[in-house]
Design a protein around this ligand. Structure first.
Ligand code: GLC
Ligand code: CA
Length: 540
């Protein structure tokens, strides 16, 4: 392909820096650790890395509570380490995407420290959202409105020194910024400029559609829901119209440099909503999360569900002319192998990986999913994530999917020589990169092969996608088509063999790739798929 565009055509690999590789034995991954593994990532074939936050943070939300947006937390390294990482990545053709958390800051950020110290507007008071208590007898009736935090109860924190509440849509230690204040807008766009000047290629915008709140902070309508935050319709706390002009301005800044990119993390995402935030003067892409959902809840698995979601993506993103993203895992949801596999059998994880790499859209691959890492199963007293602390045992939080990368079979999986901040999964002695490299049928080799195949096969990247009847209820089949190239992807979701019809095969009889066979099917007889087989056939 001559018009390769990295963020559209390549794979973006998400790294959670504290869990990738520790180079100084303090038990925390660090920036030099990422630099040390760039050869690995180049060999895997990714086009870009997205780094979860490495900024100074008190870690109330593990880096997503930022105390300085333009610095590196000393535990992860220095700005010089960061510059070296970018330079070394670029030398290998790997782009670097940063995670920008601009909706809120840490309560330890100097802005909030100043804001909370006095009601005087000159003391950055208006950089955050403060309200007087409402008259009322009970604590809850005195709250300024009925908004709920994503992480537990009410979205309001009380500041006794100055006698007002401040808004926090996440943890109490993550006060929301007042984006209607022009000084805040200016300061945050300067953060974008700061990193662009350091040669960063793009940004993942944390909960971007929550930046603006209703001007008068009206109560949200209520509804039935299991968690407090789901008992509100999010009419006034997210998705305000002011977001669009801001995206226009942001895009103008990005377009001042070649091939820069912004992908938004859409809060309470739907496919429609994600698509509507994208376009030539908005974001390049926004996550729609149809395969992960919120905290991994409320999503299905299996040919019918996936087919329906694919068709919805194609319809909505297609009509909007927006390039989709595909997400199977990230630092907020149980890993795909945890969701779909039993025991250590990786066959269903290969289906998830095949979808990630063959659907139309940019694949976002979360570190460790290429070797089928499983979530840790932690006891309540081991939970660190505020979500897990608040919702145990209904939700166990997000620590489980953040465990150290399993590089090899040595005691700490090659992650650290010290004591890891979060324990290494017990399966690491068998499940690790070194072992999977040796095994031709491993998930790792499957992932690497499929990334390579994708690169050589334009239809898998840019081809039109159509779901086709497979002739079997347990098989999902779809085609990716460019003029002169038609790929049929067939995925058997069941642990039983399945027969797909000759009509589904159509002209596709040349075997491009399979997890279970080396022979092409007989052209007239249809095709018998093995249990959990992933099969790609080529036709024209
Ligand atoms: C996003 C992040 C999540 C974080 C939250 C608050 O959803 O992905 O990890 O807790 O924003 O910043
Ligand atoms: Ca370290």
């Amino acid at each position: 392909m001559t018009d390769f565009l990295w963020w559209r055509d390549g794979v973006i690999y998400q790294i959670y820096p504290r869990s990738f590789l520790d180079t100084n034995g303090d038990g925390l991954g660090d920036l030099p650790g990422i630099t040390a593994r760039l050869d690995y990532l180049a060999d895997l074939g990714v086009a870009a890395i997205w780094l979860s936050p490495f900024y100074p943070s008190p870690d109330k939300d593990f880096g997503y509570d930022v105390a300085d947006h333009c610095a590196v937390d000393p535990r992860y390294g220095t700005l010089a380490d960061f510059d070296a990482l970018v330079q070394q990545a670029h030398a290998r053709g790997i782009r670097v995407v940063l995670d920008l958390v601009l909706n809120h800051t840490s309560d330890q950020h100097p802005w909030f420290q100043e804001a909370r110290s006095s009601r005087d507007p000159s003391a950055k008071r208006d950089w955050y959202l403060w309200r007087d208590p409402r008259p009322g007898r009970s604590a809850s009736s005195r709250l300024p409105n009925n908004w709920m935090s994503m992480f537990s109860g009410a979205a309001w924190g009380w500041e006794p020194a100055t006698g007002q509440y401040y808004l926090h849509l996440f943890a109490p230690e993550q006060p929301d910024l007042n984006w209607r204040n022009p000084a805040v807008r200016q300061a945050q766009l300067d953060v974008v400029r700061f990193w662009l000047r350091r040669d960063v290629d793009g940004f993942r915008l944390d909960v971007f559609n929550a930046y603006f709140k209703d001007e008068t902070l009206r109560d949200n309508p209520t509804q039935f829901g299991l968690a407090p935050v789901l008992r509100r319709k999010h009419v006034y706390d997210i998705d305000q119209p002011e977001m669009i002009p801001l995206l226009n301005e942001l895009r103008g800044i990005l377009d001042g440099y070649p091939e820069r990119y912004a992908v938004g993390e859409t809060s309470f995402a739907t496919v429609e909503k994600a698509a509507a935030y994208c376009g030539p003067d908005r974001l390049h892409a926004a996550f729609s999360f149809e395969f992960t959902g919120l905290a991994g809840l409320g999503v299905g698995w299996g040919p019918r569900y996936i087919a329906r979601k694919i068709q919805e993506r194609e319809r909505v993103f297609g009509a909007a002319g927006v390039w989709p993203t595909t997400v199977m895992g990230n630092h907020d949801v149980p890993r795909p192998a945890t969701r779909y596999c039993r025991g250590e059998d990786d066959a269903p994880a290969k289906l998830a990986m095949a979808l990630l790499l063959t659907l139309r859209g940019t694949p976002f691959l979360y570190y460790g999913d290429e070797i089928g890492m499983r979530d840790l199963n932690l006891r309540r007293d081991q939970i660190m994530d505020p979500v897990g602390k608040a919702y145990w045992p209904f939700l166990k939080g997000r620590d489980g999917c953040r465990s150290p990368m399993q590089w090899d079979g040595t005691p700490q999986a090659g992650f650290t020589t010290g004591r890891p901040w979060l324990r290494v999964h017990g399966n690491a002695t068998q499940r690790n990169l070194a072992a999977q490299r040796q095994d031709p049928s491993s998930l790792f080799n499957f992932t690497r092969d499929l990334i390579a195949l994708r690169k050589q096969t334009p239809a898998l990247i840019r081809g039109a996608l159509a779901v086709t009847p497979s002739g079997s209820p347990q098989v999902l089949a779809f085609t990716r088509t460019l003029p002169g190239q038609r790929i049929l992807v067939a995925l058997n979701f069941a642990r039983r063999p399945a027969r797909i019809s000759p009509a589904t095969l159509g002209g596709s009889s040349e075997l491009l790739y399979s997890t279970r066979r080396s022979q092409r099917p007989e052209p007239r007889g249809g095709l018998e798929l093995d249990p959990h087989e992933v099969c790609l056939l080529l036709g024209n």
